[in-house]
Design a protein around this ligand. Sequence first.
Ligand code: B3K
Ligand code: ZN
Length: 891
Amino acid sequence: MRTEHAPTIQRADYRPLPWTVETVDLHFCLDAEATLVTNRMVCVRQSSAGDGPIQLWGEALERVALTVDGGAPAGLREHGALLEIDAEGERVVIEVQTRINPRANTTLSGLYLSAGGFFTQCEAEGFRRITYFPDRPDVMARYTVTLEAERARCPVLLSNGNLLEQGELPNGRHYAKWEDPFPKPSYLFALVAAKLVALERSVTTMSGREVLLQVWVEEGNLDRCEHAMDSLVHSMRWDEETFGLELDLDRFMIVAVTDFNMGAMENKGLNIFNTKFVLAKPDTATDVDYEHVESVVAHEYFHNWTGNRVTCRDWFQLTLKEGLTVFRDQQFSADMLARAAGPDGAASARAVKRIDDVRVLRAAQFPEDAGPMAHPIRPDSYQEINNFYTATVYEKGAEVIRMLHTLLGQEGFRNGMDLYFSYFDGQAVTCDDFVDAMSEANNGFDLDQFMRWYSQAGTPRLKASGSWDAGHGSYTLTLAQHTPPTPGQEQKAPLVIPVALGLIGPDGRDRPLQLEGEAQPGAGTRVLRLTESEQRFRFVGLDAEPVPSLLRGFSAPVILELDEDDGRLAFRMAHDSDPFNRWDAAQRYAERVILARAADPAAGLPTAFRAAFRSLLSDEALDPAFRAQALALPAEPYLLERMSPADPAALRAALIDVMATLGRELAADWLQVLDRMQVAGAYRYHPGDAGRRALANLALRYLAAGGDAVGLARAEAHFAQATNMTQRFGALAALVQSASPARTAALQAFHARYRDDALVLDKWFALQAGAWRWDAAAAPTLDRVRVLLSDPAFSLSNPNKVSALLGSYFRANPGEFHLADGSGHAFWADQVIALDARNPQVAARMARALENWRHFTPALQASIRPQLERVLASAGLSADVAEIVGKALAQ
Ligand code: B3K
Ligand code: ZN
């Protein structure tokens, strides 16, 4: 894989293959160093696709034998990974045997070893590292798989679908044969052969079928599977109730693996999960971990319909399954939270989930959309598809689906989904097919202009201004949109932007909305549809000048530019009836205060801000989870993007200062909140309890940041007395993110308690790598990161460890990473190069930490550029890293 030669794949070049595959019969003779794979496939000509040879891809494998209908192929050519075979007639049987070395496979793509067991990861293009195959999602075939392995090492043999038979073989070996009745693309193939145990449950589906659910883990982890199993059962019920979608197999398996490149994978009937999204028990997992397990289990389960039954025609359509499935998992989590909160708390619980999702979007997707990797949710080109499993395809993709849901309404959306499945079940389709079904199911609802969301990159700016006409009691709102240019897309056309709006009167209540020309006033919130570059909306019948509340519930993934003075922000913080916007007002106000402080370190904390913040803090009518959200400062990566030029050191100083001031000056309030938020009794994962613990932990954070002896002592006491991981880790984080002299001892105590627990040690690594410097005399965090790099528990081969230590440092700790002497940047280049030699996907993820380098101050740019160049010039660089760094330098 030479840098200069990484070809660019264009969406416009898609052509169906002249030959497809009907059935695949795979036989694996598993061996750690030399696994023999025999693949017998029935290939069928697709006459509609025109003439041509059979095309198969193979990578990092040794071809042992190949026959066509039992004989030598008439013609065979190799072009890199592509094998072309000439064939006559309509159907031929190709049998190909390959040898692979799972132990040598450090990329964790294809077949590899983890803790002595065999696991696979095939999305996007890992199947070609197992056997020769037309490894594209538009080739859907039926698979039969036989696994053969040493019984002692691999007592459990799993693959997709249903178990047909199993039995003993000579020499201590055994076998199992699996059949998947549903045609699927190769990226959904999976096998597991390992020493595992399962938690099992049997449930009845909505049509009355009994199905077996299994969660497979290493023996010592059986006590950490209950929550994943519950989450699976809840997901199944939800999909039945919400979309009428039922599990279509007799059994559904989740397998946890320690070494995994991402969160989890939706292989048909055999989901493979990063341990981090399966294992949870009160002593080792936080409330947030419990939430993540629930939503990832749901996400992968929901893929069974949105992704597996209906899949993507080509990888450019990735958001077809990912954006839609993220939207589905977000709705599921919101429903679960609302149900737990009961009727009175449901609206706030939903808002809290929405806030969480928008935080992620703003912290990860907005910066991506403003940098060299900016791409539409359906990209036009890529060099390495693995680089496009992005926040844009996933999170912005989900926002686009959410806007469709808003425009069509719940029922219209459901009708669209029903039609989509009725047309495309069992097929590989495009985003256009999905949107067309939505339109057709809604009386031809015009979505032509809406399709621009699929083709335009960049975060749109929504500019709003209002004018009050006291004489007529009318308020005119002018909305204008503009999307800045992104690489390769200079011009942008106007989008369809649903703008949920409310007008708040001076008494803090929403006014009924009546547009000029309408007979009756309507509800207090309505959705305006902005389709032009600029539009005016005149509201009448108002008794006083209103305060506009725009984009309620974050009705579109845009940046709202609204000139609001501090007074209006404080007013909305106190009165906006939309909890999302109330939170957003607090975030905007905090952003303003922090950025002012970064620009002028002498600027004090405005009294009005302190007062507004304090009233949220002490408003006991508000749900604790909501308060925890509203009182947490905006994410640092988001704030960095809002600075021009970005100056991480100045921003960090401002953040430390604002947190310390709020902690110190409001110490009495924080202490009171801390006491009131204690949860009695044994730990249970419940959103209500989780909200209280989150607010208590936030109080500890501010108190420790404030640095008063009382606050620090409380954090120490909480750490010592904690009875679950949420409390213990919350208190530890408060101590580490402070100038407390007790932080080192606390880290040691935590380590001593969890030294043998890989997942908990990841938290320990991440916390230290993400540590700010609260004490000006302390050594840079980089020194500690270097020490941890040689900790016996650390390993560059384990993606979780890399992300905990290096990811936290590069991506979550800009104030410490961008050291003025450039040592952080040089360290980055060393690590990216070292990682790339083992695992290009993980290396590319780390490489992305510097892609927005041109937003930084000139001094930082001068320090970063040579490091980017050094990485790009390094020998044998993967296409993955070459694409990221090449684009960063080219922009
Ligand atoms: N579909 C997988 C992601 C695969 C990533 C390949 N590099 C997980 C998910 O989105 O559910
Ligand atoms: Zn997914």
